[in-house]
Design a protein around this ligand. Sequence first.
Ligand SMILES: Nc1ncnc2c1ncn2[C@@H]1O[C@H](COP(=O)(O)OP(=O)(O)OP(=O)(O)O)[C@@H](O)[C@H]1O
Length: 942
Amino acid sequence: MMPGTPATPSTKVRRTPCSTPGGSKVSEEKILVTVRLRPLNRREQALYDLIAWDCLDEHTIVFKNPNHERPSNPYTFDKVFGPMCSTQKVYEEGAKDVALSALTGMNATIFAYGQTSSGKTFTMRGITENAVRDIFEHIKNTPEREFVLKFSALEIYNETVVDLLKRKSGSLRLLDDSEKGTIVDKPQEEIVQNGEHLRHLIGICEAQRQVGETSLNDKSSRSHQIIRLTIESSLRESSGSMKAFGASLNLVDLAGSERASQTNADGTRLKEGSHINRSLLTLTTVIRKLSGGKRSGHIPYRDSKLTRLLQSSLGGNARTAIICTISPALSHVEQTRNTLSFATSAKEVTNSAKINMKEVARLEAELRSPKPSYLRSILEEKDLKIQQMEREMEELKRERDLAQSLLESERKAKKVQKGSEQCGPSGQVARCLSFPGENEIVPSHSRDTPVTPRSRTRGANRRKAMVRRSVTSTDPSMLVNEIRKLEQRQKQLGDEANRALEVLHKEVASHQLGNKETAETIAKLLSEIKEIQAVRSISEESVTGDGANLKDEISRWQTQAEDIKSLERKLENVQKSIDQLVISFSNSEEIPECKAPSKKKKILPFNLSNSPNMQHLIRSPCSPLNPSRRVMEYETENKVPENNDAMPSDETVAGRYKVTPPKSDENGTRKSSKEGSPGVQHSNTVNVKKMERMFKNAAEENIRSIKSYVTELKERVTKLSYQKHLLLCQVIALEKDQDAVIDEMDNIDESLPGTWELTFEEDRKEIIMLWHLCHVSIIHRTQFYLLFKGEPSDQIYMEVELRRLQWLEQHFSDLGNASPALLGDEPAGSVAASIKALKQEREYLAKRVSSKLTADEREILYAKWEIPPGGKQRRLQLVNKLWTDPHNMQNVQESAEIVAKLVGFCESGEHISKEMFELNFAHPSDKKTWMGWNLISNLLNL
Ligand SMILES: Nc1ncnc2c1ncn2[C@@H]1O[C@H](COP(=O)(O)OP(=O)(O)OP(=O)(O)O)[C@@H](O)[C@H]1O
């Protein structure tokens, strides 16, 4: 309702009755709507915000028109709770009756609605605590019934439903149930044992909830929270009447409506804010439409998850109470009006709650009902059809919206794609490469931790340090080293190839295997090996450069790209040659056997194990003589002709085949080598043929191995050059980054003072603000301010002061958050005590104005501080103006100077030493008695 709107008429439909838990059976009733006005908070006080609202009576609130032109129209609700009203009272009069309906089988929902920081969480905490207490009280006092309580809790964050008891289960789906409406797909449900257990579960949910800092609220709820208690109750003994019923109590703490401009939201907060606002807008639309009565057409429950989940509570089968929380501050007047307008609509919404009987009881009741059940079922069927059609229409609408948004995002994606295509492939390569130091540069809080002004500066300093570190840690020389390692590897591979081919050459040449063609091939291979070595030696030369200059390194790599290609070509040739060699070996199998004897002697020393290169080959990781190869070789060695006659008599050969046991003749008689020599002569042709075949097989096998080895080598060279390419991209990207970072650092270094000076200024500002918020003694402030001016040794004192103040502020704010039930009298008193002590201190200082300042000095100060001449208590007026504007550094400086004069310590700190500021990191609460900040003035004996 806007100003000028007439006060809400009292409704014709009965409002929620205030009776025993659950009251009697309710058919139709309006939503119970109350408004809670909180006191001005510290932020608002610090900004000298004005109170803009007046509670005229228990039902009426009115805007205090500051211009007093004409009185504003009052707003009327079921109840209006003023700033001094306790949460207990809000519960008793604005929620209890509805909440306890769940104990008698009626669904109930209590929710808090209002602007961010208006007190929703504060209020709902107290309501929940009170409701839990009353529910268990009722259960205790109703022994004839048996109750089962189930607890579940959900959070709607950025339009995703999350289980607060099982956050890891991800987002939960919403399903349509023909009887129950929208239901959540299997949330975790806990059977509640007792009040303590329930409080424990609520505590878990609070801890799990998405909370963040905005400029209006340090602990702003960024999600809607729904705590659901399902209460089933049945009679322990059948009494013939209604036996069992079940209902749910929903306790809903909505996220606050907010203005991005007011909360200074950006990034995550802005995104959250827009989701919050969108769902609250749907809630407002639903309420507005429902308040228009039954003819207001389609109700857009399905437009947000919040309204889908609350559907039965909004115009459906539930009793509902809404507590609208508002800030009294003039600066929030527009938001408050929106809330009151929502509340005005909400009180026109009619719900039709009924007792939810469980199956047995429902059948019994039906039997007694005068309405024939077939008529009822026809009606129900019709209702269902209507509902189904409605759902289908909404589904279609949703699909249309979805299609539209898909179209939109596709359009956007196309645009982005166009953009990225223009960047070119090399840009993409550079982007997808990850640098070890890259992530460090992003401060971790930038993703989700709220950023306070202090953490922002600290973050900036840290960032600067990290930038420095990243420049040195991801030093290009590291990459150059990597490149060097790759070069080394490449060199090794070349060596291995070389060795393998040399071995082959020796074996083949020494045994004169193959024909002329083979010899040519081998010669060709050797010349290729030389060429490979030539390429390598070029690389070696360049590798030996000192490499300190990255740019030279890069250009070297660019010229070497050709060398690598050439190396690949060479290897290709080697492979071809080996192919030919294999072919020629197969042809040589057809060599006439008669030629063999003349070559026999020379063939025999076919001796891989004796090769000087053997050890290298074996050591090499991709040597043809890898373990499997060795098995093959062993097998070949043991393929000695079965006929013992074929055994060579040569010593070396005998030694070489020593693994082969001496064979027996046909009669099984062992023969010595001597004895066997005639046999050798005898079967010479056959043996030589066999031997020759054996050696050919072995050589062929050997060549095949080398061939596959060379193939592997080729693959590795390809991989290496790819890696080099990637490295090159990294180096180039890093070079660019480094240049940019160095520029940035140059700018930082030129324009900003050193880290400590920067931190000192920030810390000092924060300390001044905290002094103000915590009503700290102004003598203490003066002394601290004048003593600590940013020397390096001040750092520890600043840190201690800051910690103490932060603790104190948190302590005061916790007191503010505690529910009245927990508060008692004491804690609220300690804020009041600080304010009182500060007042006394100002009065004390005012008394010293005449004795410590000359008449002239006083007059100058009165004029400067705008104390009207001839006014009452000018001295007190002056002192009351000191240390009142934490944002204005001039005010701070001048206040400190005046107080210093009044208490008689001068700026140089001659009379006091820094050591009197205890370096104690313990929180003040850890000490037995917390004396407050007046302790300092006590120490000064003032
Ligand atoms: N009635 C009240 N009396 C005293 N302090 C209050 C009252 N209501 C709220 N506060 C204080 O105001 C601050 C903000 O309250 P709260 O977090 O409950 O707001 P909110 O509406 O839930 O905000 P958001 O929507 O951002 O979550 C808290 O520090 C709280 O202690």
